[in-house]
Design a protein around this ligand. Sequence first.
Ligand code: SF4
Ligand code: SF4
Length: 140
Amino acid sequence: MKWPGFMAGEVLRHVSQKPTTVLYPFEKVEMPEAFRGKIRFLAERCVGCKLCQKDCPSGALTIDKVGDKRFEAVFQLDRCIYCAQCVDSCNKDAIESTPEFELATLDRSTLRVVFHAPEPPPGPAEPEPPAAAKPSATVP
Ligand code: SF4
Ligand code: SF4
C-alpha cells in the first residue's frame, strides 16, 4: 500500500504539469511519421500483381486493370481497419499510409474511394501526309 503522502505528491506533480491532451478539434497535434491513416494509391507505380488485394484482411481493396499496364484501385474506407498490410505487401511502393484520420461522414458512399489509373501515354505521332506532287515541267 502506498503512503498517502506519496499520493499527494503525485497529485501536486500533475497539477503543475501541462495537460497531455489538447482541445480537439480546435487544436490538433501532428501525427507521428509511422501513423497508419487513410491509404493513398500511386497508380503510376502499380504493376497489377494484386498482392495487396490478396493480403487485405478485410476485403477493403480491389485492383482493376483498365488498360495496357494501367491499374486503378478501389478502397472501401468503411471496411478498412488501417492495418497497413497492403502497404507492407506492395513491393513497388504503390500504396502509402497518410496521416489523415478524420474520415467520419454521414454519407457512407463517400468512403468508396477510386484512384484512377494515369492517362495512357500518347500514341505514335500521325505520319505526315505526303507532300502534294509538284506538276512536272512540260516541254513545249
Ligand atoms: S501490391 Fe502494389 S503493385 Fe501489386 S497490385 Fe497492389 S499496389 Fe499494385
Ligand atoms: S490498410 Fe489493411 S484493411 Fe485497409 S486496405 Fe490496407 S490491408 Fe486492407
